[in-house]
Ligand binder design. Structure first.
Ligand SMILES: CC(C)(COP(=O)(O)OP(=O)(O)OC[C@H]1O[C@@H](n2cnc3c(N)ncnc32)[C@H](O)[C@@H]1OP(=O)(O)O)[C@@H](O)C(=O)NCCC(=O)NCCS
Length: 169
């Protein structure tokens, strides 16, 4: 049965649930041990909400939070990965494993694309990894292309692949 999905800004009382979804979604990625600063950063929704926007996907029927994404429009934010002044970025996209494969991830990324356009940005950028295969398929299906000049490495162990989508006029 088709489920209606609404994407909106998260309310403060929902941050704990968003944090739980992030840890569950990233914690179930095959071949990846979620630990250290990366796990802490993923879980710290309140901390990043000061300089980023937390968007949640909500089941239109039950109101349950199904997934979340972080949207950034400030290249100077401490949460920004390599991006330029005229760009917006998305980070930390996660969907509750019980709700994956139903278009929730696509709805969250589309909301970031729409927001970047409204914000007058030229491009929407993101970083992912070789082994985040569902994410990479999703981004490529929505038109993102690889941008190797934005690649970077975090914690000396995670090689991040840059992707970019033109959203300007
Ligand atoms: C990446 C991630 C967010 C995708 O979330 P999702 O809600 O499953 O994404 P979607 O449902 O939009 O798309 C995923 C798949 O479901 C399919 N799908 C989309 N809508 C569908 C629908 N209505 N019915 C059935 N399948 C559907 C898509 O075709 C896609 O399949 P494909 O990739 O094999 O082509 C999720 O897998 C996740 O949380 N992964 C762990 C964290 C992670 O890797 N995040 C990305 C970091 S860069």
């Amino acid at each position: 049965m088709a489920v209606s999905i609404e994407v909106r800004v998260a309310e403060v009382h929902e941050y704990d649930r968003v944090s739980e979804i992030m840890l569950t979604a990233y914690g179930t990625l095959p071949g990846f041990r979620l630990e250290g600063a990366y796990a802490e950063e993923l879980a710290d929704v309140a901390g990043r909400s000061a300089s980023t926007l937390q968007l949640v996907a909500v089941d239109g029927g039950t109101g349950a939070i199904l997934g979340a994404v972080t949207y950034l429009d400030d290249a100077a934010s401490p949460y920004a990965q390599p991006m330029r002044e005229d760009e917006a970025a998305l980070r930390m996209l996660g969907v509750d494993p019980a709700s994956q494969g139903r278009g929730v991830g696509a709805a969250l990324v589309q909301a970031c694309i729409d927001r970047a356009r409204q914000d007058g940005r030229a491009r929407l950028v993101l970083h992912t990894t070789e082994w985040m295969t569902a994410g990479r398929r999703l981004y490529e299906r929505l038109g993102f292309r690889r941008s190797p000049e934005r690649d970077s490495t975090v914690e000396d162990r995670i090689h991040l692949l840059g992707y970019v989508l033109e959203v300007g006029p």
